[in-house]
Design a protein around this ligand. Structure first.
Ligand code: NAD
Length: 340
């Protein structure tokens, strides 16, 4: 089957080509993002393979459908960038990678957390300049600290296990669909969002971005948090209102912020802009704080995860090509319960 693969980097091409040996599809790689302007590149391809910042909006999907596309294969877990309703109306099926390495993202969240807590980013720069002073580098023991986890699915649970069993933290959780093992195996406790906000020393986001939880972390939420709270977001940028966290950092209500995702990331991430003039003032302001660290959507980026993503994506395309039921299909969402 002819497959147009968008947003590809050298590592995508390498892993997808390796995984395709057993599948035999014709992969046509494009570096560009998928959007209405680039969608015509997929003409004649029954399948289109996309990543986190490709915009499978209704406009884009109409162009894809007109060119013969019948399948969108996301090589990621989150699917907030696909208009599922429009896809269903156009007869386009959508698959994603439901499980690859949840360890990759959970472990990266822990890395951001401890880097911020123990000021590793600042120590790294200092010691390279032969400056071995400790002023400004003091952290806290994580043992007995309270960690609030929003979204206790696959990634949230592994993060919970590391924080509880590795560091001895007290866990609070919030989830629309609570998972019993969070309480029975990890000693966590489900609470309401206001309770989680007001009691947590660290808040880590592990829920998908949906229309209902856009800007979950906004001015009102930040006002309920403990002064000096640390916020970690490895989920999706749109969960956090950037302007509100900048205000929270300035007032010191937020003590530290670790981001692997950013609400305007589609214009920036995965590109080398080091010789360009940054046009996004918010990211410049965020990166000027000594207590903010940002990585460019790399939480998933381990050998294990990329290998599994590539194999699962191509296996889904093969299922489609052979007319089999799609194991990893996503349907338009049914109405979600109201958030507490
Ligand atoms: P999952 O589906 O296993 O778990 C998500 C959990 O969030 C579920 O328990 C669900 O009930 C809960 N949830 C849904 N809506 C919620 C809401 N409004 N409030 C609270 N909880 C809610 O997904 P996962 O594999 O654990 O992945 C979680 C998220 O991590 C993904 O949606 C994606 O956005 C993000 N992610 C990021 C990267 C990265 O590289 N940074 C990689 C993979 C996934």
């Amino acid at each position: 089957m002819k497959v147009a693969v968008f947003s590809t980097k050298s590592y995508d091409r390498q892993f997808l080509t390796d995984a395709n040996v057993d599948n035999g599809h014709e992969l046509i790689f494009h570096e560009t993002l998928l959007n209405p302007a680039s969608a015509a590149l997929a003409a004649g391809c029954a399948a289109v393979c996309i990543f986190v910042n490709d915009a499978a909006t209704a406009d884009t999907l109409k162009i894809l459908a007109a060119g013969g596309t019948q399948l969108i294969a996301l090589r990621c877990t989150g699917y907030n960038n696909v208009d599922l309703k429009a896809a269903a109306e156009l007869g386009i099926q959508v698959v994603r990678v439901t499980v690859y390495s949840p360890y990759s993202v959970a472990e990266h969240a822990v890395a951001l957390l401890q880097c911020l807590n123990r000021k590793i980013h600042r120590a790294y720069n200092r010691t390279r300049d032969n400056n071995f002073t400790l002023d400004g580098l003091m952290g806290v023991d994580l043992h007995d600290r309270t960690v609030g986890i929003i979204g206790t699915g696959k990634i949230g649970q592994i993060f919970a296990k590391i924080m509880a069993h590795g560091f001895g933290c007290r866990l609070l959780g919030y989830d629309l669909y609570p998972n019993p093992t969070f309480e029975s195996e990890m000693g966590g406790k489900y609470v309401t969002l206001p309770e989680l906000f007001s009691q947590s020393d660290v808040i880590s986001l592990h829920c998908p971005l949906t229309p209902e939880n856009h800007y979950l972390i906004n001015e009102a939420a930040i006002a309920q948090m403990k002064p000096g709270v640390m916020i970690i977001n490895t989920s999706r940028g749109g969960l956090v209102e950037t302007q509100a966290v900048i205000a929270g950092l300035r007032s010191k209500q937020i003590g530290a912020l670790g981001l692997d995702v950013y609400e305007q990331e589609s214009d920036l991430f995965f590109e080398d802009l080091s010789s360009e003039i940054m046009q996004d003032d918010q990211i410049d302001r965020l990166l000027s704080f000594p207590n903010v660290i940002m990585t460019g959507h790399q939480a998933f980026f381990t050998q294990e995860a990329i290998g599994t993503i590539s194999q699962t994506t191509l296996a889904s395309i093969t299922e489609f090509a052979q007319g089999q039921p799609l194991s990893n299909e996503i349907k338009p969402p049914e109405k979600v319960p109201a958030m507490a």
